[in-house]
Design a binder for this molecule. Sequence first.
Ligand SMILES: C[S@@+](CC[C@H](N)C(=O)[O-])C[C@H]1O[C@@H](n2cnc3c(N)ncnc32)[C@H](O)[C@@H]1O
Length: 258
Amino acid sequence: MKAVTTATPGEDCSYPGTGSGENEIETQVARQAEAVALYTEAAQVYDRLNQLLSAGTGNWYRRQALDSLQLAPESRVIDLACGTGALALAAQKLLPETASILAVDPTPAMRAIARRAGVAEIQEGSFTTIPAATGSCDAVVSAYALRYADPRRIAFREIRRVLRPDGDLLFLEMIVAPAGWQRDLTRALLTRLLAPLTSVLCRDPAAGKLIKHLWQSISELDAPAVILSDLEEAGFTSLEYRHAGGLLGEFRARRTRD
Ligand SMILES: C[S@@+](CC[C@H](N)C(=O)[O-])C[C@H]1O[C@@H](n2cnc3c(N)ncnc32)[C@H](O)[C@@H]1O
């Protein structure tokens, strides 16, 4: 994605509100390409990894979290960064047929698996380019991908754009302690134990590579308070962060009225 660069010569061309310039945009595009390449490589092992890391409770947890939104039967829901479709499938099971769920992801290999798994409506898109009309949906939900909301403030404004006033936002994400022994333990478990172990169990080095990337990306994510503050700035209210146990964190917010 290119920034709007209408500055006169000598002026700084930057993303509004981010302080980012052309270099930052190029870096962001490169990061996006890297993430797509990584998930293309890991697509076939993703569901097994998901099961292993959550000890089989991952889909149940997604469903519980969705259920807590108490969505109306005719809701239009977007699962952003749907991956292989676990959250979208949970929504399809939870909601009646009068509801509709659009799953969105930039990685073709992940979308292909989601389609085969039974996700009804899937489109290419990302946090910063959501293929939906302004004000067209009742809820945007996303699991384990908040770390790809890049640049975050642009992504949050894009989510706000597609939500109707008072629409719901739910992010599930892995949140690491900012410092101390819990952080050290998480790093060691992921990079020293689980990365090599899952590569062996899945018989695919892409599994270990994805776990190392997981550590890298969650360890770089800002603290929940910073994310809530970015949400507020982007036009969200009823902000809430809940630690759901272990590494699991949940962000909830509601789109403000205009
Ligand atoms: C850890 S997977 C999460 C998949 C799924 N939400 C789940 O619950 O299992 C992260 C997904 O984010 C997608 N992704 C990477 N960069 C993205 C971006 N900028 N916008 C949206 N999705 C992105 C990847 O293609 C991948 O499918």
